[in-house]
Ligand binder design. Sequence first.
Ligand SMILES: NC(=O)c1ccc[n+]([C@@H]2O[C@H](COP(=O)([O-])OP(=O)(O)OC[C@H]3O[C@@H](n4cnc5c(N)ncnc54)[C@H](OP(=O)(O)O)[C@@H]3O)[C@@H](O)[C@H]2O)c1
Length: 282
Amino acid sequence: MASGELTTTFTIGDRVVHRLGYGTMQLTGPGVWGPPADPAGAVAVLRRAAELGVDLFDTADSYGPYVAEELLREALHPYDGLTIATKAGLLRTGPRVWVPCGRPEYLRQECEMSLRRLGVERIDLFQLHRVDATVPADEQFGLLAELQAEGKVGAVGLSEVSVDQIEAAQAVVDVATVQNRYNLLDRASDDVLRYCTEQGIGFLPWHPVASGRLAEPGGPVAEAAERFGVTPPAVAVAWLLQRSSVMLPIPGTSSVAHLEENLRAATLRLDLETVEKLDAAA
Ligand SMILES: NC(=O)c1ccc[n+]([C@@H]2O[C@H](COP(=O)([O-])OP(=O)(O)OC[C@H]3O[C@@H](n4cnc5c(N)ncnc54)[C@H](OP(=O)(O)O)[C@@H]3O)[C@@H](O)[C@H]2O)c1
């Protein structure tokens, strides 16, 4: 990535990453199930991302399941200078089926298996994919703390959590990141983003390129895209980057062309008027 304000870095545990990462979910088969139709294409996207300076890769045991982690290993092992973030806590019993499972013994098994699949001795960032409502939350957070104390995990993250849940986790383990759905159209996690910003917790917004009707001709995203000579997804990601210094978008794509478009957000500086229009649009 070219240098510039939006390529500033963020520290996750003992790793320093550029603020614009890449999410691997789109590299699996339909319904995030099974291998991709074009495995060589998936490997090419991952390698191109690293070549362009992306150094934060988000994945999960459940993407495939296991497919995305295996692709990451094939494409990028031994991950020189890269930070790999994975997750555990969702069972996959079929395409589009995601079932929370936070039993400590299961989370431990998945951590062990991610270590093996990724081919690492320590997972840079290990995220609890969902807090399982059927298991005491402290048992789930406690297991994350144990894995960290054992050196199997560098930093710990949470996903799809409320401020109350983050606070409960912080009483048990150091929370480095939170990953909630957040984009131009969906700001339901604004309170969580505010809390993360105050606490210096990294915020990984998933589904970051969504801008729907705002990208239609005449809409504020389309207007900005035209003015800056980029595509609407790049505007959506640039808006995120400017919203908070803890924002770490991980746009996902299975296409090298889309990847390159999205990375233009790293050097796109939206002026105040544009930001205000986009703020007001949703
Ligand atoms: N924590 C969680 O619960 C959770 C849930 C979902 C996702 N995630 C993570 O967040 C990452 C990003 O989320 P996401 O994949 O759901 O959403 P996203 O990155 O916002 O969007 C992905 C979709 O947008 C398309 N796209 C991307 N760039 C584009 C471009 N420049 N032009 C046109 N279409 C474009 C992709 O299709 P193409 O492949 O055709 O480009 C794909 O259909 C995932 O990869 C995953 O790592 C986390």
